[in-house]
Design a protein around this ligand. Structure first.
Ligand code: F1P
Length: 346
């Protein structure tokens, strides 16, 4: 029953993937790619849009499956649909896919669970093989989904000539170096996030801000906190701050700002200045050796430098840890958050 053929394999630190290779023409000739998902997987999809549009120049739309299935979307046999799901059983995603399939779209799946319902309805796809997600909240599946979307974007870009061979090779070798960087982040930010968490056990609100690729990473940071600690949190593009959320900032508002060097850094510096002027509590995720943002921040979390497109993969790790420790200190059950199910099957 299992129609997905590809898999993400990390073999001695080197990332390999099959799956997209056999269907590259389908993607190349597509009118557009529609990414369908829910929750964390939807955030991965948003980063997928940034990646595919930047590196392959193919138009992408990202839709919540829970909306797509109930509206009357335009979808044809010239569209390629990428469905992302950790569990492979999410009812909304499944219903949206059935709709797309009826209209003749080609369905590519990115799933963690082998032979799941979503895997079976796909025409092709890649398994994330991120291991069992024991907790309800998706964590390692998210970074694995991002890795597959990155590979898809690079492969399509190389194939349709938007990404030259030299740049492709250099990006792939940087991708291969990511597992080591993740290990480094895990070991250097554990204690730090634990200490930061202690100061925010009683927080009632959090804002997460990022630009470019790190805007969806900010959304995901906020969702993780909501899901497991029950603190109200909102993610926003940092550039949107002045259009509303800035009104919320005072000395009681913790703001997590993702500010790597290669992601619109100067603009982020001015966002941080605006937050500082309003006395917001700044938790900054920056690259090692950062000065400008770090000097203004109340808490600094350092991550290794990467090309901008890889930064959400690395930045997500300390954000997940921060949510985890805040939830633990609040006495919440991080594996079984109230009201949430591992697979939302209704
Ligand atoms: C989607 C999702 C998860 C979330 C929770 C509820 O699941 O929204 O992102 O953490 O588990 O379901 P999936 O389709 O990726 O399995």
């Amino acid at each position: 029953h299992d129609t997905m053929r590809g898999r993400l394999i990390v073999d001695e630190g080197v990332i390999k993937m099959a799956g997209i290779w056999d269907h590259v023409e389908k993607f190349k000739n597509a009118n557009r790619i529609i990414i369908i998902a829910c929750g964390t997987s939807w955030h991965a999809g948003l980063i997928g849009e940034y990646l595919i549009e930047e590196y392959a120049r193919i138009p992408v739309e990202v839709e919540y499956a829970s909306e797509f299935r109930y509206r009357n979307p335009i979808i044809t046999d010239k569209d390629v649909v990428i469905a992302i799901s950790q569990s492979g059983e999410t009812a909304d995603t499944m219903a949206a896919l059935k709709l797309a399939k009826e209209k003749g779209a080609f369905i590519y799946g990115i799933c963690n669970v082998v032979d799941s319902s979503i895997a079976r309805i796909t025409d092709a796809g890649s398994y994330t093989h991120a291991g069992p997600e024991i907790g309800v909240a998706s964590t390692k599946a998210f970074t694995a989904q991002l890795t597959i979307l990155t590979l898809i974007a690079f492969k399509l870009g190389k194939h349709n000539g938007n990404l030259g061979n030299a740049e492709f090779m250099s990006l792939i070798s940087e991708l291969d170096a990511l597992p080591k960087k993740i290990e480094e982040v895990l070991s250097t930010t554990h204690e730090l996030t634990q200490n930061i968490a202690k100061d925010f056990v009683k927080a009632t609100n959090f804002l997460y801000l990022g630009r470019g690729y790190n805007y969806p990473a900010a959304l995901e940071g906020a969702l993780k906190l909501k899901e497991i600690s029950y603190i109200h949190a909102e993610g926003y593009p940092a550039a949107e701050m002045k259009h509303g959320p800035i009104a919320l900032i005072d000395e009681n508002m913790p703001i997590v700002i993702i500010a790597p060097k290669k992601g619109h850094y100067d603009k982020i510096v001015s966002n941080v200045q605006e937050i500082k002027a309003r006395k917001g509590k700044i938790i900054a995720v920056v690259n090692k050796g950062d000065r400008q943002v770090s000097e203004m921040a109340d808490y600094v979390i350092e991550i290794p430098e990467t090309s901008e497109c890889f930064s959400p993969i690395v930045a997500s790790v300390p954000l997940q840890l921060l949510s985890y420790y805040i939830a633990v200190y609040r006495g919440a059950n991080v594996d079984q958050p109230r009201n949430l199910a591992k697979s939302v099957t209704v």
